[in-house]
Design a protein around this ligand. Structure first.
Ligand SMILES: [Zn+2]
Ligand SMILES: [Zn+2]
Length: 165
């Protein structure tokens, strides 16, 4: 979405609001299976003492796959992002500066970049997810599997000793 900032570019205190759903349908993320509710960006661009500052809240409900046990689960994400909109790059080392194209700014570019940088590469269904048994593939969150004897800690120590010899 391109926003026309003509009304606020030279007006300190001026403000343009937005509330929309950026189209990210052509993007895919390893950790996200699908979107239960689309990504939504709500915020504004304000001329603060001559500096155009974009502030937005991003939110979405995701369907994720646990990186350990592969279970599907829903997760709500929400975060805040800010960026400076400028007519020219003053500081090449600051990635949070986006350029005006005439009177317009490409809000999508800001929002999608923020989303990509903030989305986790991997999600866990819970912090202490036990994952799958590497032998039989059973989801260990549902209880121990029958391979338990083979991973008996005493046997594990013994096999380590045998390997060393
Ligand atoms: Zn899990
Ligand atoms: Zn097992």
């Amino acid at each position: 979405m391109r926003l026309n900032l003509r009304e606020i570019i030279n007006i300190p205190g001026g403000k343009v609001s937005f509330d929309y759903e950026p189209d990210i349908s052509d993007m895919s993320f390893d950790s996200v299976l699908s979107f239960r509710t689309p990504l939504r960006a709500k915020g504004h661009i304000e001329n603060e003492a001559g500096v155009l500052l974009l502030k937005a809240e991003l939110s979405a409900d995701l369907v994720c796959q646990c990186a350990r046990c592969l279970k599907e689960f829903e997760k709500h994400i929400g975060f805040h992002t800010e960026a400076v909109i400028a007519e020219e790059v003053q500081d090449e080392d600051n990635p949070d500066i986006y350029l005006l194209e005439g009177d317009y700014v490409d809000v999508d570019e800001v929002i999608v970049t923020a989303f990509v940088l903030n989305i986790d590469q991997r999600f866990l269904c819970k912090e202490d997810c036990k994952g799958l048994c590497p032998k039989c593939g059973k989801n260990l969150n549902d209880g121990p599997c029958d391979c338990k004897g083979e991973t008996d800690p005493r046997l594990a120590v013994l096999s380590q000793l045998l390997e060393k010899e």
